[in-house]
Design a protein around this ligand. Structure first.
Ligand code: C5P
Length: 412
């Protein structure tokens, strides 16, 4: 498969060093990156660094390798152009269509999505000239990421910092995966509930019946929903992952605790996604003290009772009109047939089915799955980061919400 082609424009700001980290993220995740620095950028980070990290020759002006017509070819061939950091000067040149170096020529020839990640002092960012240039670029369809607030070059702080490379990378990944509409907040005004992790059912004060779910897929669902503008309640069972910024996180241990938290949060939600691995059974009783082994005595069998099926319950009792209920199903064999039967049995709107086994799904950063919809549609999502699968799940949920004509968010 061809690698996605990314042009990384770098301008002359102190944040140019952060673009090295951004470049690494691209190359390590299978992108082909052509770095196009401005002449000023090379005063901060030199040409050998960009060439070594990208594996390509690097130039900032149009007079090198002229026979290859780089001022046209680089932009034409790109799947995405991202300029990080973008200075006030570059935004001005781009807004006015100047073509006085290789980067501005590339911006004029590119027909793919273009992302600017500005970094500058607050005064420059707030200046009416910059405001108008940013508005012009946005009107023409470019994505201009809002700079972060924090420490600037000197001792001062304010808006104007380049967002962390991970955040810029995530915006780029989303645009590459989902096309030019990817950064529109299509879940704005919506409230979604996500369960993540795996429940633990205690046998005694120190032991439990558990499962291998890491919570990574549920957390990826939470991060992507936040990025798409949703209000998020994340019900997390026994996870050790950092809280996604902006989510309300409710921590639970057992299936019954998870049920209580999810049902409560679902009351005002537009969508509920059950990504948690919920134990189907729990020990019938919980020993008060630690269960002891006794010489010559066989261990007692553990009696199990059924846990409530939360997904089925949520599907039957929709807490709000038009609420979308989604589940995940991990299967080891007959993945699709089992998934289709489960979708019907549970009565949910969509079921994300994946195969589990060695190195698949549990604990890994990637996943592949098929999204089954109650109406019969089936979407195969090839192996990729868990964020990518999460975005496809939200695509389906947004489409379902819209098809129900429910333009009004729950509670709004
Ligand atoms: O039946 P199975 O456990 O394969 O179904 C998986 C889906 O059902 C997941 O979405 C999981 O969160 C949900 N589930 C549930 N309550 C249970 C068991 C599973 O909500 N007791």
């Amino acid at each position: 498969m061809n690698k996605p082609r990314v042009v990384l424009g770098v301008c002359g700001g102190i944040a140019a060093y952060k673009a090295c980290e951004l470049l690494r993220r691209f190359t390590e995740s299978g992108h082909d990156v052509q770095v196009v620095p401005t002449a000023s950028a090379l005063r901060f980070v030199g040409e050998p660094t960009w060439a070594a990290l990208s594996g390509h020759r690097v130039s900032s002006e149009v007079w090198e390798s002229v026979h290859e017509v780089p001022h046209v070819r680089i932009g034409q061939a790109a799947d995405l152009v991202v300029v990080a950091p973008a200075t006030a000067d570059l935004l001005a040149r781009a807004a006015h269509g100047l073509a006085d170096d290789l980067l501005t020529n590339t911006l004029l020839t590119a027909r793919c999505p273009v992302i600017f990640a500005p970094a500058m002092h607050t005064e420059m960012w707030e200046h009416p000239a910059t405001r108008e240039n940013v508005a012009t670029l946005r009107r023409r369809g470019a994505f201009v990421i809002e700079p972060a607030v924090g420490r600037l070059t000197g001792a001062d702080t304010g808006r104007g910092r380049l967002p962390e490379p991970g955040a810029v990378f995530d915006a780029c990944r989303r645009v590459l995966a989902r096309g030019p509409r990817a950064l529109e907040p299509d879940l704005a005004g919506r409230h979604v509930v996500i369960s993540a992790g795996g429940t633990r059912e205690p046998l005694d004060p120190v032991r439990y019946l558990g499962n291998r779910s890491s919570g990574k897929q549920g957390y990826a669902l939470a991060r992507t929903a936040l990025a798409r503008g949703a209000g998020v309640t994340l019900v997390a069972a026994n996870t050790e992952l950092p809280d996604p910024a902006g989510a309300e996180v409710v921590r639970v241990g057992t299936a019954e605790e998870l049920r209580e938290a999810v049902v409560k949060a679902a009351a005002g939600a537009d969508a509920v996604v059950m990504a948690a691995a919920v134990a189907d059974f729990r020990p019938a009783g919980r020993a008060q003290g630690k269960i002891k082994k006794r010489e010559g005595v066989d261990p007692e069998a553990v009696a199990l009772v059924r846990n409530p099926d939360i997904l089925a319950e949520l599907s039957v009792r929709r807490a709000t009109p038009g609420q979308v209920v989604a589940g995940f199903a991990a299967e080891t064999d007959d993945v699709l047939a089992n998934g289709r039967a489960k979708l019907v049995r549970k009565g949910c709107d969509l079921l994300v089915v994946n195969e589990v086994g060695d190195g698949l799904a549990f604990g890994t950063d990637g996943n592949e799955a098929v999204i089954l919809e109650a109406g019969g549609a089936e979407t195969r999502v090839p192996y990729g980061p868990k964020e990518e699968l999460a975005d496809r799940v939200w695509d389906t949920i947004v489409r379902t919400l819209e098809s129900r004509g429910d333009q009004q968010p729950a509670g709004g």
